[in-house]
Design a protein around this ligand. Sequence first.
Ligand code: C5P
Length: 240
Amino acid sequence: MTAKDKIIVALDVPDLATGEKLVDRLAPYVGMFKVGLEFYTSAGPAAIRMVQERGGKVFADLKLHDIPNTVAGAARALVRLGVDMLNVHAAGGRAMMQAAATAVREEAVVMGRPAPILLAVTVLTCLDGEALRQEVGIEREVEEQVVRWARLAQESGLDGVVASPREIRIIQGACGPEFIIVTPGVRPAGADLGDQRRVMTPAEALQEGASYLVIGRPITAAPNPVAAARAIGAEMAGAL
Ligand code: C5P
């Protein structure tokens, strides 16, 4: 995979027109576009089709979390929409993740296309150790819980996890180098951190072992998004 293929641009946009403008410009320079809850809730499946019509691949970041039957149905619907990557919450447990994995593989066969990459979300990075204990009721260190859920995801047949740059090493230590790690919270050197706290540069995240980087505002809010994407791609190519 080239540096370009490893860049996933987060389309955190409120409507289709705003998304279109970004995808029109960026499609030649990045590997994939992430359609998350905000964009999908406002534009629906049209958000996914809009990216595909412009030659882009899609990561449907909808973090599915429900009973196994419902998650399997939603996963199947996403495969029918032709997404290239999707995710579920590891907190949904083994049966839910297994149902998602089976649904994705079976529906891909029906569609006659390669199965999309299925990821788990472990501990949301907005939760610190105290919130995990006091509010959620999980009496474990964050990193321990992240590794526990990453292992469960792997055992359940998932391809990888979404994880902060700081967690890449411990997850790969537990799950091996083939386990895919998609990493948000990446900032080019000298960039505005926004609301991200624990960040790494794109080169650092790749050196840690990230498979893909999710990058939003450093590209989408840049005065020149194409120049920003190319600069990040060049920085990443130097680290590969
Ligand atoms: O603009 P920025 O680069 O911070 O965007 C990062 C993207 O990754 C956003 O879509 C955000 O929802 C997502 N994300 C994150 N941190 C996580 C998980 C997902 O920033 N732990």
